[in-house]
Design a protein around this ligand. Sequence first.
Ligand SMILES: C[S@@+](CC[C@H](N)C(=O)[O-])C[C@H]1O[C@@H](n2cnc3c(N)ncnc32)[C@H](O)[C@@H]1O
Length: 254
Amino acid sequence: MAPVPVDVSSTLDASERVKALLLRLHTNSLAQEEELNKPDGKLSTLKALKSQGDAGDAAALADYQRQFDDLMRDKMIALEQDKALFVYHLCRALSATRIVEAGTSFGLSTIYLALAVGQNASKLDPEQRRAAKVIATENEPAKAILARQHWKEAGEEVEPWIELREGDLRQTLASDLPAEIDFVLFDIWTPMVVPTLRLLEPNLKKGAVIVTDNVTSSAYGYEDFHDYIKTHRNAYRSLVLPYSGGLEFTLYDP
Ligand SMILES: C[S@@+](CC[C@H](N)C(=O)[O-])C[C@H]1O[C@@H](n2cnc3c(N)ncnc32)[C@H](O)[C@@H]1O
């Protein structure tokens, strides 16, 4: 039986409707992942192809990428509930109102970010409030449609605070960014992280926080990210939090 998320009513400021939606989406995501990660499942077959690709077989790598994209097209692969709650409270503590989410999928983690932005923005004057938003990013059109449906279902606490940029985020984040970004969530295929960070870096506020998912379980994929952090150690300080798969907390303090 797939694991079931816990009731977080007491730790999240949100309406019962939003809490019920979150619980439903987490439950669906966990069930999908259990199916996906079965030892004889399609993902384990693909891992062999990926190893060939990593060993330098370009055709195997291209084949892996195509099959991986096909497999993931209808999968949520959402941020786990405990990580999403941590991210929500972190954004509240930072008073973050200009957030970029790299990897949106069906919009689950975006709901947590939007709740934090809306609640933080309520303390701002009207002009600052107009600039408060989560910039969400997704390149699968079917996922973008579902994400918008979920935000609509969540309603006023969530939907107004989200701007979804559809397409490859290496293009959609290349312009029109907030002058100062408070918070970034990286929950995306690993090769996207460093190119995206380079795009965002000029607009990161001093003291901005970046959270990156699965840095331990996908350590190989994050080698370039960790090299980047190390070679720019005057600007970035990072530690890995002991969530499942490893959740990296990075402070931008140039
Ligand atoms: C792990 S999922 C995001 C899960 C989401 N944060 C949540 O918690 O519900 C990663 C998403 O990134 C999207 N993605 C991958 N490469 C992308 C790219 N180049 N541009 C935009 N989105 C991309 C995938 O389609 C996938 O839906």
